[in-house]
Design a protein around this ligand. Structure first.
Ligand code: ADP
Ligand code: 5SP
Length: 507
C-alpha cells in the first residue's frame, strides 16, 4: 500500500494529512500558531512557528498511521500565499514573515507602478501590485530595515521555507510564485523586466517549477526528526487556493469553488489566461501545467468570525470547552437564531483592508445599524452575512469576466458549516456542494505528490479517481430575494464610507 502526505501551512495553523491513493484520510494532525499585529494594518508570523508545527504534525501523523515510512512515496506542500520570508547566507530567518493580509506597503505599490508602469505591470504579472503581494514587502524592508535587507540572501514564500527546511532546496512553483508580483504569469517564469526595474537581484529568488514536479527529497537529519524516510520526494505543491482547486477537482473550465478560510476566495479554473483589467480579481498560474485561474479574495473571511470569537465570545469558548463542542458550531447555532439581515445589522468585513473588489488598504471593519435590540446572535450572523456579501462581490466580477458558475464547491473551515453553505447558496443563487474528501489544500498537495511520484498520469486523472460529490444545497428563492435587499445596502455602505476610511487612515 502506498501513501501520500499533504501539508498545508495555513494562516491559522498547519494541517498535515496522510492520504491513501484513493484520497481517504489515514491520519491527520493540526497545530495552530499566533498571528502578530504589531501595528494597525500590520500582520506577521514567525516562520519557525510554521516549521515547529510542521515537524510536530508530520511526526504525529506518521506515528498515528502506523504505516512504514517507506510506504509514504511523496510529499506535497500547500500554504498561505504572498508572505515574505527572508533568510541569511546560513539559511537563518532574519525577521518575522510579513504575511498576505499585511497592509503596510501601499506606498511601495505606488512606487512599483511608477517604476514598472501600471499597464505594463498588469500585462506581465497579470495583476496590479498589491499590498498583500511579496514584491511591495521586499521594497518596504529595503526602505525601512536596510540592515535586514543587506543580510538577506534568500526570499521565500511560506510553504517554500518549509520545503527548504525539509530538503535544503530553494525552490518554488508557478501558482504561488504568481502571487509575488514578480512572475511573468503568461510565460510561467520570473520576469527579468520587473526584477530589473525594481532592482531586485534574481539570485534572491528560488528556481520555479510546475506544481507536480519533484523539487527535492527529505534530508537525513529531517527524517530523524519526523519519522519520514530520507529520500522521500517533495513536489512543487501549490499556493493554498491552487492546491484547494486540485483537492476539489476544479481543474477544468466551468468548475469553481468558494473557500472560507482565514481569507475567503471565489475561484474559477481557466484554460486560457484571462486578466481583469481593473485588477479586482487575481489571475494566477494554476497547479495544472498550461492552465490558469481567476480568483477574488476577501481578506478577513474566517478571520472575521475568529476575531469576534476571540474578542467578544469568551463565554461561548468557555461553554464549548466545557461541553467538548466546537466553538464555531455553537456560534453558528446562535447565528441561526437571528433572522436574515440580523435585525438590520450590517457588517463590512474589512478588518485588514480589502482586496476584491475595492483594492483598498485603508478600509476597515464596520458594524452599521447597531440598536438596543441587537444581541450577540445578531452580531455573529451579521459577520457571517458580511463575509458572504464580500464573497458575492468576488463572484460578481468573475461572472462579469464571462465565466458561468452553475454550481460551486465549498471548502475551508467555514465550508464545514451547513448553515454558512446555505447562506452562500442563497446569495450566489447557485448550488453549493461538498465532497467526500473535504481537506481541499492538503488533499490537492497530496494529489500533486502522487503525480510527481508517478502514481497518477496527470492531475486530471487523479481528480477523476479521487474527487466525489457528497452533498448539495440549492438556493431558497425566498431567502435570495431578502438577501438581495441587504446586499445592496451593504454595497452602498462602503461607497458612503470610502472617503471616511481615507481620513481615518491619516489620523
Ligand atoms: N464549524 C465552523 N463553522 C463556521 N466557521 C468555521 C468552522 N470551523 C472553522 N471556521 C472558520 O474557518 C476559519 C479557519 O479556516 P481554515 O480553512 O482552517 O483556515 P486557514 O486555511 O486560513 O488556516 C476559522 O477562522 C473560522 O472562522
Ligand atoms: O492571500 C490569499 C490568496 O491571494 C490567501 O488565500 C492566503 O493565501 C491565506 O490563505 P488562508 O490562510 O486564508 O487559507
Amino acid at each position: 500500500m502506498k501513501y501520500l502526505l499533504g501539508i498545508d501551512i495555513g494562516t491559522s495553523g498547519t494541517k498535515t494529512i496522510l492520504f491513501d491513493t484513493d484520497g481517504n484520510v489515514v491520519a491527520s494532525s493540526t497545530k495552530e500558531y499566533p498571528l502578530y499585529t504589531p501595528q494597525n494594518g500590520w500582520a506577521e508570523q514567525d516562520p519557525i512557528d510554521w516549521w515547529e508545527a510542521t515537524k510536530d504534525t508530520i511526526q504525529e501523523v506518521v506515528t498515528l498511521s502506523e504505516v512504514e515510512n517507506e510506504q509514504i512515496v511523496g510529499i506535497g506542500l500547500s500554504g498561505q500565499m504572498h508572505g515574505l520570508v527572508m533568510l541569511d547566507e546560513k539559511g537563518q530567518v532574519i525577521r518575522n514573515a510579513i504575511i498576505w493580509c499585511d497592509q503596510r506597503t501601499a506606498r511601495q505599490c505606488e512606487e512599483i507602478n511608477r517604476l514598472v508602469g501600471k499597464e505594463r505591470h498588469i500585462e506581465i504579472a497579470a495583476n496590479p501590485p498589491l499590498t498583500g503581494f511579496m514584491a511591495s514587502k521586499i521594497l518596504w524592508v529595503r526602505e525601512n530595515e536596510s540592515e535586514n535587507y543587506n543580510r538577506c540572501k534568500h526570499m521565500l514564500l511560506p510553504k517554500d521555507f518549509i520545503r527548504y527546511k525539509l530538503t535544503g532546496i530553494f525552490a518554488t512553483e508557478v501558482s504561488d510564485a504568481s502571487g509575488t508580483g514578480l512572475l511573468d504569469v503568461r510565460k510561467r517564469c520570473w520576469s527579468d523586466e520587473i526584477l530589473e526595474k525594481l532592482s531586485i537581484d534574481k539570485e534572491f529568488l528560488p528556481k520555479v517549477y510546475e506544481s507536480q514536479e519533484v523539487t527535492g527529497t527529505v534530508m537525513e537529519e529531517v527524517a530523524a526528526l519526523t519519522h519520514l524516510k530520507a529520500g522521500t520526494i517533495v513536489v512543487g505543491g501549490a499556493g493554498d487556493n491552487a492546491a484547494a482547486a486540485v483537492g476539489t477537482g476544479v481543474v477544468s473550465d466551468g468548475k469553481a469553488f468558494v473557500t472560507i478560510g482565514t481569507s475567503g476566495v471565489v475561484f474559477a479554473h481557466t484554460s486560457q489566461i484571462n486578466i481583469d483589467p481593473k485588477g479586482g480579481v487575481h489571475t494566477f498560474c494554476a497547479a495544472v501545467p498550461g492552465a490558469w485561474h481567476v480568483m477574488g479574495v476577501t481578506q478577513a473571511a474566517g478571520l472575521s468570525l475568529r476575531w469576534l470569537k476571540d474578542q467578544m465570545c469568551e463565554e461561548i469558548k468557555f461553554q464549548a470547552d466545557e461541553k467538548g463542542e466546537d466553538v464555531y458550531e455553537i456560534m453558528t447555532q446562535m447565528a441561526n437564531q437571528s433572522p436574515i439581515g440580523a435585525h438590520k445589522l450590517l457588517y463590512l468585513p474589512y478588518l485588514n483592508g480589502e482586496r476584491t473588489p475595492h483594492l483598498d488598504p485603508n478600509c476597515r471593519g464596520v458594524f452599521f445599524g447597531i440598536s438596543s435590540v441587537h444581541t450577540k446572535k445578531d452580531f455573529i450572523r451579521a459577520v457571517m452575512e458580511g463575509v458572504t456579501y464580500s464573497l458575492k462581490d468576488c463572484l460578481g466580477i468573475i461572472l462579469e469576466m464571462g465565466y458561468s458558475v452553475d454550481e460551486m464547491i465549498a471548502c475551508g473551515g467555514g465550508g464545514k458549516s451547513r448553515f454558512w453553505r446555505q447562506m452562500l447558496s442563497d446569495n450566489f443563487d447557485c448550488n453549493v456542494q461538498t465532497l467526500t474528501a473535504d481537506e481541499g489544500p492538503a488533499l490537492g498537495a497530496a494529489i500533486l505528490a502522487g503525480v510527481g511520484a508517478g502514481l497518477f498520469s496527470s492531475v486530471e486523472e487523479a481528480c477523476n479517481k479521487i474527487i466525489h460529490k457528497k452533498s448539495q444545497q440549492e438556493p431558497i428563492v425566498a431567502n435570495t430575494e431578502v438577501y438581495e435587499k441587504y446586499y445592496k445596502a451593504y454595497q452602498g455602505l462602503y461607497r458612503t464610507l470610502k472617503e471616511n476610511f481615507k481620513d481615518l487612515a491619516k489620523l
